[in-house]
Write a protein that binds this ligand. Structure first.
Ligand code: 0WE
Length: 258
């Protein structure tokens, strides 16, 4: 049975009720996990308020700011986990960012600054968090992250995010090899396109979703709950033999050639 009772899980990347991370947090909670939630702090405290009221029903025992571009703040997050829980069982990484100007137009117009920022926030942050989590996960556990097909194949306008996801997926493999000896598993879920805050800001997303609904084997998009269920599985002992993998939760779209 899928049972996460007594497990401490840190979930990053919740922005609102459409976030995939929100779907994951709900399913981990339903499976009995004790949650820590992070939010991206802003100077007016609006994210903090919004995410706090959203996650209130899940009774998180930790609720802390985390901007991965701030090393001190990210270190403080894991210090707080160490103090409160003494260990960590599950780390859910759902962070990505590229400048809006990088997500349309010619890929070759990507600026050095935009390229490095996308890789820093969307790829390096997994390495950064894995390093901080490693001593807290000495008895094993599960790290998961979110990827997208645009990291493996060309998706119009995904541009530098595709490079970031390709690096992210390779991070998963190198981390899985390094952390396997401490029974710490590292996997990614490659989700199909979903209407979220991140995707709604993307030009042409409606046409993409319509194409997806016409062509995906299941003839529909996937839901945050379906990604959450796959995440709960990967984080549970049911997936004890699985590491270094990219699990497609995409209504079958990835198998198609045309
Ligand atoms: O990984 C993503 C989205 C990531 C993302 C989205 C934004 C929009 C707002 C990263 N950074 C930003 N920056 C912003 O300013 N997806 C898989 C969703 C997505 O994004 C696309 C897609 C799909 C699907 C961008 C272009 C084409 C397709």
């Amino acid at each position: 049975m899928l049972d996460l009772t007594g497990k401490h899980a840190l979930v990053t990347g919740i922005a609102n009720n459409r976030s995939i991370a929100w779907g994951i947090a709900q399913q981990l909670h339903q499976a009995g996990a004790d949650l820590g939630i992070t939010y991206l702090p802003d100077d007016r405290g609006r994210h903090e308020k919004k995410v706090a009221s959203l996650v209130e029903p899940l009774n998180p025992s930790l609720f802390l700011p985390c901007n991965v571009q701030n090393d001190d703040q990210t270190r403080a997050l894991f210090d707080a986990i160490s103090e409160k829980w003494g260990k960590l069982d599950i780390l859910v990484h759902c962070l990505a960012f590229a400048g809006k100007e990088e997500l349309s137009g010619d890929f070759s117009d990507t600026s050095r600054e935009g390229y490095l920022r996308a890789i820093e926030i969307s790829s390096y942050s997994l390495v950064q968090m894995a390093a901080l989590a490693k001593p807290l996960m000495a008895d094993g556990g599960s790290i998961i992250t979110l990827s997208y097909l645009g990291g493996v194949r060309v998706i119009p306008n995904y541009n530098v995010m595709g490079i970031a996801k390709a690096a992210l997926e390779m991070n998963v493999r190198y981390l899985a090899d390094e952390l396997g000896p401490q029974n710490l598993r590292v996997n990614a879920i490659s989700a199909g396109p979903i209407r979220t805050l991140a995707s709604s800001a993307v030009g042409g997303i409606h046409d993409m979703l319509r194409h997806f609904e016409e062509r995906a084997p299941l003839r529909r998009t996937v839901t945050q709950t379906e990604v959450g269920n796959a995440a709960a599985f990967l984080c549970s002992d049911l997936a004890s033999g699985i590491t270094g993998q990219i699990l497609y939760v995409d209504a079958g779209y990835e198998i198609l050639g045309m």
